[in-house]
Design a protein around this ligand. Structure first.
Ligand code: RNT
Ligand code: ZN
Length: 413
């Protein structure tokens, strides 16, 4: 008997169908953030990151052109199991002759045509999109959609509108929805005199951006608790966006690096599922001040996956990754994070949820605790290796990263 067969028996004994779990996992799309490859700079002119987010490190081999970024994404994807989507930012436009001529409020679908071609060639499930409200001179005093300056606000509203149209084009081309996620850096370093007016202006700006009905677009808003240099006040707070999303019938995007340290996204998922038929995630790992470390298979990640799986929400929770590490091989970082998410989902898919729920309902709490602890010692790794093997992959992948570093990245001096 192979290790896999023996593992299947153990899972069968607790009522878990391993084949079914592997099949489900292979069909859960994970949206892959393009910005891990170039330290979130994009290709439309920014030379530094701004807006309270920061990459640290200068590991050699950062992608400097769209072509390099595509090659790196392709390499990363070749080592990732499961179904993948591509998550782009507006700053990754192919501007060609329009560089310096057209600004972000005038980007068009054609500036993203090479990405569509790329995503189709790689057989990706769809393309998600993000307006880029940072790294640009029209961010005035750290503000965009909540600015008191009507010109600043109008510029960024036009950007939001343009981005939703680009996303509609992605949806039509790819035959799959496009999630458009609005995150803005707006906030203040120190104590505000007025916390309400910026929020009223943000509400108004968002209403203008979302006015057009676009059937392929799934709109989302992403809250944050604070950013570097924006410590005292964030306009787009959790309460602001949850109320906004609920009243406008759009989606909340939960980034698990964006909450107070003892708040957990795993508990927010079922709270929102009681009211929303879709939720979006930015899966990341917060470490002290940084909200964007590479995703690892940690307890909270497992809890997030459990809430998705046990609530039958695999089609309701749109999973995207959001982290950026410039201090290690960037492609390896991409793969480690994506595989961690896959492992967490597999862990969650291999649990006897009906039996566990019955124990809770019957108030058999001691037995529930005992059974949940048992799950932690099950032979997950044997199933994972078989899952990889069926997709022509294995756990032994870092050599490929080292070769690519040697053959490609080191030549980008
Ligand atoms: C920033 C947000 C946002 C960005 C990306 C680049 O705190 O998490 O999602 O990380 O849009
Ligand atoms: Zn995020």
């Amino acid at each position: 008997m192979t290790r896999f067969e023996s593992a299947c028996e153990k899972y069968a004994a607790v009522g878990v169908d391993v084949q079914q779990a592997m099949e489900t996992l292979q069909n859960i799309p994970i949206s892959l953030h393009c910005w891990q490859g170039d330290d979130v700079l994009g290709f439309d002119g920014a030379d530094a990151l701004s807006g309270g987010i920061q990459t640290t490190g200068n590991y050699p081999g950062r992608a400097r052109t769209p072509q390099e970024l595509m090659a790196d994404i392709e390499k990363a994807i070749s080592l990732m199991p499961g179904k993948k989507r591509l998550n782009l930012h507006a700053s990754y436009a192919f501007l060609g002759g329009d560089k310096g001529r057209l600004d972000r409020d005038a980007y068009e679908p054609r500036h993203f045509a090479p990405w569509v071609e790329f995503a189709k060639r790689l057989g990706l499930d769809g393309i998600d999109f993000n307006p880029t409200f940072f790294g640009h001179p029209m961010v005035k005093n750290g503000l965009t959609l909540s600015s008191p300056d009507p010109e600043v606000r109008a510029f960024w509203v036009r950007h939001g509108i343009a981005c939703r149209r680009i996303a509609q084009y992605f949806a039509e081309e790819m035959g799959s929805h496009s999630l458009v996620n609005v995150w803005i850096p707006d906030g203040l370093k120190d104590v505000p005199a007025d916390r309400l007016s910026p929020r009223i202006r943000l509400r108004q700006s968002l209403d203008e951006i979302f006015a057009e009905k676009l059937p392929g677009v799934v709109d989302a808003v992403e809250s944050k608790v604070f950013g570097i240099g924006v410590e005292s006040y964030t306009v787009g707070s959790n309460e602001f966006y949850q109320n906004y999303a609920a009243t406008r019938g759009i989606c909340c995007l939960l980034d698990n690096g964006h909450y107070h340290p003892t708040e957990v996204v795993s508990d927010k998922i079922p709270s929102l599922l009681a009211f929303h038929d879709k939720i979006a995630l930015h899966v990341t790992r917060g470490v002290r001040w940084d909200s964007d470390h590479v995703v690892l298979l940690e307890d909270e990640l497992k809890q997030i996956a459990l809430e998705i799986v046990r609530n039958d929400a695999v089609n309701k929770v749109l999973i995207g990754l959001d982290y950026f590490d410039a201090s290690i091989n960037r492609i390896g970082a991409w793969v480690t994070g994506q595989r961690s998410m896959e492992k967490a989902l597999l862990y969650a898919l291999l649990q006897p949820h009906d039996a566990l729920r019955a124990m809770q309902d019957n108030a058999e709490f001691g037995k529930l605790m005992y059974t949940m602890e048992q799950q932690k010692m099950m032979p997950l790794g044997d199933i994972w290796e078989e899952y990889l093997r069926r997709q022509g992959l294995s756990e032994d992948w870092y050599g490929e990263i080292e070769n690519y570093e040697h053959d490609v990245l080191e030549k980008r001096a």
